[in-house]
Design a protein around this ligand. Sequence first.
Ligand SMILES: C[S@@+](CC[C@H](N)C(=O)[O-])C[C@H]1O[C@@H](n2cnc3c(N)ncnc32)[C@H](O)[C@@H]1O
Length: 274
Amino acid sequence: MKHKDILEPEISLLLETVYQKYHYDFRQYSEAHIRRRIMNRMAMSGLEDVSQMRSKILNDETFASRLLQDLSITVTEMFRDPGFYRSLRENVIPVLKTYPFIKIWHAGCSTGEEAYSMSIILQEEGLYDRTTIYATDFNQQALNKAKEGIFSNELMKEYTINYQLSGGKESFSGYYTSNYNNVIMNQSLKKNIVWANHNLVTDGVFAEVHLILCRNVLIYFERDLQNKVQALFYNSLINGGILCLGSKEGLRFTDLYEEYVELDKKQRIFKKKY
Ligand SMILES: C[S@@+](CC[C@H](N)C(=O)[O-])C[C@H]1O[C@@H](n2cnc3c(N)ncnc32)[C@H](O)[C@@H]1O
């Protein structure tokens, strides 16, 4: 059988196996995304069909953990989409300044670049000391890297440009220390970040927050699952709280569209109605 012939019921059965054995629930992720990842992993592992893959998942935990990494796409950047961060500075920071203390949730934070970008902006705006940032992901490997705050030196050129385009006025190299081929983010950027394992599909509300960033995560979810996660965000936000989504994500086709006003339509920034 050619890999492109993988049938939908085979994918469902495979995802059911992953769920039953490892309690990771990908059953309502977009089929195109899952299919692509499964095909890649099959090709790389020399597997001939989905049933071979199923038995490997059941019997080989290392293989299963590799597949889980495949299914959780961790691509990220500091100041990813600089226009978004420019808008955050202009439209969101002034709202945050009105609160005596601030709680921010980065849902699907991957290896932490997004949370470090937020720390930098909050420091520059004099808000960091009254903020707690919850940065969560269901991928423990990504979270461990995030906690370390060690990134490749090679990335810094691109991140510096992103930072400048996002309205950053300081010297970006002041936010890290170089160490051979890597950089280590300043301890002062980490001190108010709480890194935690949280699964958007299976875990619930854990705090009431003023701002949620969930960028480039929901794009992989089917409509019903997006609605479920949007309900989680709605219940986690204070009235007047702000929700930021990725550039290809939105609220228009979700059940909660009417419950928000758009603060910046292009940059997908929404404010929960009072
Ligand atoms: C493409 S990255 C986005 C990272 C960052 N938000 C950004 O925009 O650069 C998607 C992240 O979502 C996480 N993710 C996917 N499904 C998740 C779930 N059910 N619960 C928590 N995190 C999830 C993945 O592990 C991955 O780290």
